[in-house]
Design a protein around this ligand. Sequence first.
Ligand code: SF4
Length: 345
Amino acid sequence: MAYFSDRSFEMGREEALELLKNGSAIELGERADAVRRKLHSDRAYYTVNAAITYSNICEVLCPICSFSRKEGQEGAYLLTPDEVRERAKKFSEMGAEEIHIIGGIYSKLPFSYYIDIVKAVKSADENLNVVAFTASECALMSRVSGRPLGEVYAKLKEAGVSALPGGGAEIFEKSVRDKIAPDKLSADEWINAMRIAHSEGLKTNATMLYGHIETPESVVDHLFRLRELQSETGGFKAFVPLPFRRGASKIPAKSSASYDLKVCALARIVLGNFPHLRVPITHYGDRFAQVLLNFGADDIGGTHWREEVATAAGAAPEDRDENFMRRAIIAAGFEPVKSNSNYAV
Ligand code: SF4
């Protein structure tokens, strides 16, 4: 399925690689902006959402991750379905319309736990849109329950999941993936998990974690593999580039605004068959997200409130409330449009 039918914007692998290596950010930005304007004119999307991270216990322990803890390690936690419900209720009262749920890879959790936490969110407010679980978590559910992945997705959908967030793609290229996330799903497994989700009618995003040890070749490879899968399934809503932050990880981080501009602009051009390019304001900051709206992006992501905020009595929802999102978009010269992860406006 080609979302964007004007193929004159499409770029081949060699040209993409050359531009990423030696092209100017401005040149790429102009081309990306032409694609972005053709698809979305001057509209820019945002979501009023919140995140519930049900557990940080993880058995995979990717070198790139600062978030995970081993079972029993100080700081490790696991929320009960009741705690998830309580948080969802608070977020709903604060005005959130969508809840993102992700956690670590913890094989002691039965499949029923995941179903229960999704139902817990829906029981707090049935109108909350639930975007939940990475491909790795869904593969784990398949393993612990002995159900094929398609059945796992069907059950999650039945419980109230309306889309998958698309995390865990990292970088597909093996030599890089082996260093940053050696024990995670392989690239082929991630791609196949998305293929099955799309065939079950679940729309997903696709992420790319960049700004660490990847090469220009691995970025281009990642984008073209996503473009191929989208041509086959049409199930991706948005591409979401994620700049790596080192945190406690031993993997070094590259930090270059010019590289960020080029990666985002290149993605918009190569992924002409993806409806949206989301640059999460939580990752890029409001000023840089505003700039990226002129380099191919059409979506600054969600308010992404977190539990610390919900539990702080009377606290304002950080500085990112709906007005903040709208003002950021207007200040950048675009028209704000509130949506959810399925781009229901
Ligand atoms: S699987 Fe996810 S939570 Fe676990 S270590 Fe890797 S990135 Fe962190």
